[in-house]
Design a binder for this molecule. Structure first.
Ligand code: G4P
Length: 531
């Protein structure tokens, strides 16, 4: 591996931004792009509506065609770093892909609305980050609006999410009384200046905390007294900054700011780049694969079907885990046991697709897939043959029984649901110990039900009826030699199996999950399935 390779890989930072809808993920992403020079200040506000429009149009088209919604990847340069931001679709587009995207990231930025605290979708995505033990950074947004008590907010994050917090900066007031933030590392206050919703460049005024008079006149006596008291409390009570614990996903550095007015964003970006990791080594069946020491390797984390209906083509998205990729090289597809050239490698940005000639560990590429790749597949150098750990199956939260309207089309129906399930858009289950007579579909986001119906009609010529089921919780049974027929559950519990015959349980509420665990000693249930 040449020095140049190592340099390219080590300057890469690949992360996902997670949040509940409306917390400010899009706004923060735009402001980060602004610093990277990918968009300009004047254009950003005006361009925002247009950019949004373009993205949502793209999604509409995808929906029309019945394919899953793109998780796009944004790549930009900042201060010598090459940054890859993985977008995690939210709202009604929330699907298993949202979770899978996190499998391709080396760290996550959690955006929280200061007035709302921890919300449902953040909680779900956070669980996946914890499972992977990747560093999690918290950006508490909308400080220009009235926010809850700062100590309470941190308490909520710690209690609800079970992660220690370490504020890197500290807000001075909120809403109309927002004066800026105190940088604990620099021991200085950075004053907030109104940027007219980010249309003007803000001034950066720095006041060292030791300069009492300047501080008092800058933020006012009351705010200064309050701040000095809070700093004392913080220094005594909050968890100490410990980079190792951050890297292990046990401690989250917390930043306060306002993405809309562009305050605190660059401060966040600078600290984040210092604290987050270079592309991480990844576990394979032969051990850890080092991103720099090893030749090219990647794994598939998302498959997008049917970009072009006439050809039934698909795009496989892969995260490069080690080495350098170039379009002319031969690679081994381990699961298919074939050496091949990847066809039409491209970088994806919403509706823009750029053919690329080279990429490095940390980057995400999309390649044309003639139907050979599956989620979790490994690609590596022809002389190697290792497999990366599979991507888990994430718990669906919506279930429906599927019935085909024309029973003569049984074959197409089975083929259609099976293929769509293989692509990872839906999960299918059967009644426990019966064949394919009854099919139950599970999805992470309800939009996937529409996608399934649309695709079966359009691609397989099969009409279906979906009957919603009341279950919201699914658990994989971890015990290997358990007689599932003998399990005593609650009255709302349903036993089902996946296509490989693995037994699973469905529950209407979380209470029943606990009750069933209590009634069956030694039973181990998991929210993640293994592929
Ligand atoms: P999301 O991607 O997480 O769903 O959130 P998004 O960035 O779209 O932001 C949701 C709304 O919150 C937007 O307002 C956005 O302008 C606003 N917002 C984001 N960051 C801040 C902030 O720091 N302070 C304040 N006050 N508002 C913020 P909207 O009215 O829904 O959209 P728009 O009309 O502004 O585009």
């Amino acid at each position: 591996m040449t020095d140049n390779y190592a340099k390219e890989i080590n300057r890469r930072r690949t992360f996902a931004i997670i949040s509940h809808p409306d917390a400010g993920k899009t706004t923060l992403t735009e402001k980060l792009l602004l610093y990277g020079g990918a968009i300009n200040l004047a254009g950003s506000v005006k361009g925002k509506a247009t950019a949004r429009h373009a993205v949502s149009d793209w999604m509409e088209i995808e929906k029309e065609r019945g394919i899953s919604v793109t998780s796009s990847v944004l790549q930009f340069e900042y201060d010598g770093f090459c940054i890859n931001i993985l977008d995690t679709p939210g709202h009604q587009d929330f699907s298993e892909d949202t979770y899978r995207t996190l499998m391709a990231a080396d760290s996550a930025v959690m955006v929280i609305d200061a007035s709302k605290g921890v919300e449902a979708q953040t909680r779900k995505l956070f669980k996946v980050c914890v499972m992977r033990r990747i560093p999690i950074f918290t950006f508490i947004n909308k400080m220009d609006r009235d926010a809850g008590d700062t100590f309470d907010l941190l308490d909520e994050i710690e209690k609800e999410l079970g992660i220690d917090t370490c504020p890197v900066n500290w807000p001075i007031g909120s809403g109309k009384g927002f004066r800026g933030v105190y940088d604990r590392n620099k021991q200085a206050v950075f004053l907030y200046s109104d940027t007219q919703k980010g249309t003007r460049e803000g001034e950066t005024t720095e006041v060292p905390i030791g300069e009492g008079d300047r501080l008092f006149s800058a933020i006012g006596g009351d705010a200064a007294d309050k701040l000095l008291g809070e700093i004392e409390l913080l220094d005594g009570a909050s968890a100490e900054f410990d980079l190792e614990r951050v890297r292990a996903g046990q401690l989250t550095p917390v930043f306060f700011g306002s993405a809309l007015t562009n305050f605190g964003v660059e401060m966040f970006l600078r600290y984040f780049l210092e604290m987050t990791t270079t592309p991480l080594a990844r576990k394979a069946d032969t051990g850890l694969i080092d991103p720099v020491e090893n030749g090219f390797s990647a794994f598939v984390f998302k498959i997008q079907a049917n970009m072009n209906k006439a050809h039934r083509d698909r795009i496989a998205f892969m995260r490069i885990c080690s080495g350098r990729f170039d379009a002319s090289m031969e690679v081994r597809h381990v699961q298919g046991d074939k050496v091949m050239r990847l066809s039409q490698p491209q970088q994806l940005m919403a509706d823009e697709r750029k053919i690329l000639s080279e990429a490095y560990a940390g980057d995400i590429i999309g390649v044309f897939d003639p139907g050979i790749f599956s989620i979790g597949d490994t690609l590596c150098m022809p002389r190697e043959k290792f497999r990366y750990e599979g991507i888990p199956t994430f718990a669906p939260e919506h279930f429906a029984r599927v019935r085909q309207l024309d029973t003569m089309k049984r074959k197409q129906f089975i083929k259609g649901v099976t293929q769509i399930a293989q692509e990872g858009a839906i999960q299918i289950f059967q009644e426990f110990n019966t064949g394919m007579e009854e099919i139950i579909v599970g999805v992470v986001g309800v939009l996937q039900f529409d996608v399934l119906k649309y695709r079966l009609e359009n691609e397989y010529n099969v009409e279906i009826r979906l009957e919603p089921l009341p279950y919201e919780h699914i658990r994989w049974i971890e015990n290997k030699d358990l007689d599932v027929a003998k399990l005593t559950g609650t009255s709302d519990m349903k036993k089902i199996q996946d296509l490989k015959g693995n037994p699973l349980l469905l529950f209407v509420n979380a209470w029943s999950v606990g009750m069933t665990l209590e009634r069956n000693e030694g039973l181990v249930l998991s929210e993640f399935g293994r592929n």
